[in-house]
Design a protein around this ligand. Structure first.
Ligand code: EPU
Length: 420
């Protein structure tokens, strides 16, 4: 298993280009199952999670070709041979569950293993299933599997108890080929939901309101192939913005949609960091140690849970005490013990963490427990005194394109080493 070794202390400077959003690409690839025609996706980040969703589609008979040189993927689902992706693939990644909406909608059946909990919470799928039932599917659970059947899905009004991103996406994909009108109330407003809606509309779907809390989907008979360019990854962007702030550096983060990173910009500015906005890029300049700020994660447009760990790393060296409250997931503080091993002063009290800024972190051997926890440890390692060794870096491979190379290009003393 590989490790990442960082010698802290370099101020990051230069430019970094953000890749396309992992959390957009995954549902969009799943949505390509909705039609038998070729869908072409551009600017694809070739991440481990993207390979897994491609394998899931392959396993049901979709034809996928990856062009790594031009960062493109083309998918043709004209010969679907199975409605049951194998457990060995599905268990690798929760987002595999996103194929249920398209398969059910197009073929009237899907059997898929139930995703388990993970390091950030129990992560139930009740809201996805509630949506499928409302659309008229017969949904059964047993032996660790979900089976859903229908003759033809019928439009319905669905209220989500929580604006779940995955449930909104899965229900939207199921509803595009349903008979009549579906309305999703209290829908997730995340940019990735809007990107999926734009992709589906370019296939001929009729979706209005994505990006607001009410999405209206008027079912169509069939969809056609399309070409789509995926939005930039707002979480990767936020991570490099924090990298500039934590190292008191000056970094231009390119290929961003400013509107998508508003909460991160606002919180960095509140912490005393200079953020200069330009078209499709931001320059982040930190002269001095940032001030402590409080953070509360919320569904979009609130502060993203996927940036909570990275901000905790920043707050670990800030002036003052910050309270970080996680409201989206119930167990997303696994990085706390690792940051504490590096000298951070953090106490957890229920869903909040009280972070008392310390003058210095010290390098240590630490473990990435999930994707964003891994990113937080990289950030902490950049500013820590001495050497930090992060193990279990396969988590980072799921969501950050070439993080070591990108950090190196900004002047970080970071390398990846292969271990037995
Ligand atoms: N929830 C339910 N029932 C459901 C679905 C969700 O109770 O049926 C709860 C979850 O347990 C959680 C909350 O709702 O407490 C939010 O979950 P959501 O469904 O919104 O998350 P997700 O779709 O499973 C996506 C991203 C996550 C990101 C969250 C929140 C993808 C592939 N994943 O997950 O990304 O944290 O939305 O923004 O889009 C990451 O990239 O590191 C990551 C974990």
């Amino acid at each position: 298993m590989d490790s990442i070794i960082i010698s802290g202390g370099s101020k990051l400077t230069g430019k970094v280009k953000i890749s396309a959003a992992k959390n957009s690409v995954l549902p969009i690839i799943a949505a390509s199952l909705l039609c038998p025609f070729e869908c072409k996706l551009e600017d694809i980040p070739f991440l481990d999670d993207v390979y897994v969703i491609c394998d899931v589609l392959n396993s049901v008979g979709a034809n996928i070709s990856l062009n790594k040189k031009s960062n493109r993927i083309s998918i043709k689902a004209d010969n679907i041979t199975s409605i049951e992706p194998p457990y060995e693939l599905v268990r690798k990644m929760r987002a595999s569950f996103l194929v249920i909406g398209p398969l059910l909608s197009r073929f009237g059946r899907c059997r898929i293993s139930l995703p388990g909990g993970c390091n950030i919470g129990t992560r139930p799928i009740d809201l996805h299933l509630k949506g499928f039932c409302a659309l008229g599917a017969d949904v059964r659970l047993g032996h660790g599997y979900v089976e859903a059947y229908c003759n033809k899905l019928k439009g319905a009004k669905i209220y989500l108890d929580f604006p779940s991103v995955g449930a909104t996406e899965n229900i939207m994909m199921a509803a595009v080929l349903a008979q009549g009108e579906t309305i999703i109330e209290n829908a997730a407003e995340e940019p990735e939901v809007v990107d999926l809606s734009n992709f589906l509309n370019s296939m001929g779907a009729n979706i209005i309101g994505a990006g607001t809390d009410t999405i209206r989907i008027i079912g169509v008979k069939e969809l056609k192939g399309t070409t789509h360019q995926v939005i930039p990854d707002r979480i990767e962007a936020g991570t490099y913005m924090v990298a500039a702030a934590i190292t008191q550096g000056s970094v231009v983060v390119e290929n961003v949609i400013l509107e998508h990173i508003r909460p991160v910009i606002a919180k960095l500015q509140e912490a005393g960091v200079t953020v200069i906005e330009e078209q499709n890029k931001v320059k982040v300049v930190a002269n001095g140690v940032p001030k402590a700020v409080d953070i509360k994660t919320m569904p979009y447009p609130g502060f993203p849970t996927d940036m909570q760990a990275q901000f905790m790393a920043l707050m670990s060296i800030a002036k003052g005490t910050s309270i970080i409250t996680e409201t989206v997931f119930e167990n997303r503080f696994m990085h706390v013990t690792e940051l504490k091993r590096m000298g951070a002063n953090i106490k957890i009290d229920g869903r909040s963490a009280v972070v008392e800024g310390t003058a210095k972190l010290t390098g240590a051997q630490v473990k990435a427990t999930d994707l964003r926890a891994g990113a937080a440890l990289v950030l902490a390692g950049l500013v820590a005194e001495g050497k930090t060794e992060i193990c279990e870096v396969h988590h980072l491979d799921r969501g950050y394109v070439n993080i070591v190379e990108k950090m190196q290009s900004l002047g970080a003393n970071i390398q990846r080493i292969q271990k037995e």
